[in-house]
Design a protein around this ligand. Sequence first.
Ligand code: EPU
Length: 302
Amino acid sequence: MRIDDYELLAAVQALGVEIQRDTSLAQLTYLGIGGNTDLLRIRQHESIPGLLSLLDQHAVPHKFIGGGSNLLVLDGNLPFVVLQLAKPVDDVVIEGNIAHVDAAADLGHTVTFCAKHNLGGMEGLIGVPGTLGGALRMNAGAYGTQIGSYVREVKLYRAAARTIEILKGDQISFEYRHTSFAPDDMMLAVKVELPSKPYPEILQGIRICNEKRRSSQPLGQKSAGCIFKNPPGASAGRMIDELSLKGFSVGDARVSDRHANFFINAGRASSSDMLALIAGVRERVRVAFGVTLENEVVIWNA
Ligand code: EPU
């Protein structure tokens, strides 16, 4: 979608929001799939209520993107603009056992920055790609650690109330890859409280997790991590593997040979290739195991 109304463009820019015209979402997502639209980069949280009321007044549909690491976007001219927070210089600030982290901060950078200040706990999250905001919204987790366990406070834009609010950790519920945030809430910043641990000890934990990940996941290939959530008490990856679906493909969308719950863009996969692969694998698992797998990946198909 291209914003053509010059008054609107000028008003958006007057809020300090940078407009990147006709941006390819394939460049902004780890899967490397997605069409084009105008990207609005927000430099100051305080401009968000004004920006969103402008977009509403002009009936411009919008979506928020974090790091693009868990996202499948449709091809073509997208019917919405995309909003993204620009990363501030001081994206992580430490105060005792509390880290104040901007939602645009890279999750891996946050884990290592805190580690260098002898704050641990998040070692398991080290190889999880994406921003802190994205991780928070879906309660990202790995190797027994979930980000939600450390959250003490979240600053967010609540679209329903059209205001920026602060929620305490106990006002938010964090479950397996699910939170109580509304779908249109926009994460802005978070306070996490982390246990003190000597840096070398944290580094050791980080190395172990990196090694486990390297040996079991297709790093360095275009993917959105696990495509499906694990059903209670089972592993989606193991089920898909048991059906010998590693390497199964639709066009250039392919089930990874290394981890069957990772689907790879092996070249120039289209969004419909990837959607057909997801639907095909889901159906085979349903027929074989009687389980309908739920998406873990976020899909923007409208
Ligand atoms: N397995 C297979 N074949 C496969 C993949 C896995 O047999 O192709 C078996 C493994 O051998 C193991 C079991 O399935 O016995 C579980 O596999 P793994 O330890 O790789 O964990 P997972 O349940 O597949 C989850 C998360 C990952 C996270 C890892 C490590 C989900 C959907 N996935 O994977 O998160 O990195 O544990 O903690 O919860 C993600 O969220 O995108 C993601 C990759």
